[in-house]
Design a protein around this ligand. Sequence first.
Ligand code: AR6
Length: 171
Amino acid sequence: MQNIFLINGDITKASVDAIVNAANTRMLGGGGVDGAIHRAAGPELLKACYEVKKVDGKRCPFGDARITSAGNLDARYVIHTVGPIYDKFAHPEEVLASAYRRSLDLALKNDCKSVALPAISCGIYGYPPQEAAQVALEVCRRKEYQSLTMTFYLFGEEMLAIWQSAFNKAE
Ligand code: AR6
């Protein structure tokens, strides 16, 4: 049974249990999908983010994830994760895989059935999308995530085509 879906769309329009956000370690909004999610969710999301405890000056370290309420979004939760800045890590694939894993683990822990995900690190953080898609899909296909319906919201036809090709190759 298929539980991974790829669509070209705006993740802020998703109607799911949890929306995954490609955030930064401060977790207080930013550009790209993070900015869009905060704008759509409204001030309640920013307030929830402020309440997340900082560890060593970071609300969320690279490769980790945190969960908050979702403000005005049509979701119960936002799961904020921080992917790698591609050229700042010797093994960005490990950090990216960890960002997806931690996000999906939090979804399971909070009884989510449906999750919307963006192409983490594929914008400002410079991760080549062909490589990112392979890493992301490898994580999502693991047995432990079989109970989740995971929909990737890919921004634009080009990004969708890249992910579809990775999806078909790995099958
Ligand atoms: N829905 C779905 N995908 C989107 C949307 C949207 N509304 N908007 C952008 N994307 P990025 P990163 C795509 O840069 O590379 C932020 O400032 C976008 O086209 O948002 O992980 C954070 O605060 C790209 O394919 O995230 C961090 O500082 C993908 O989402 C930093 O950027 C991810 O691009 C994180 O960089």
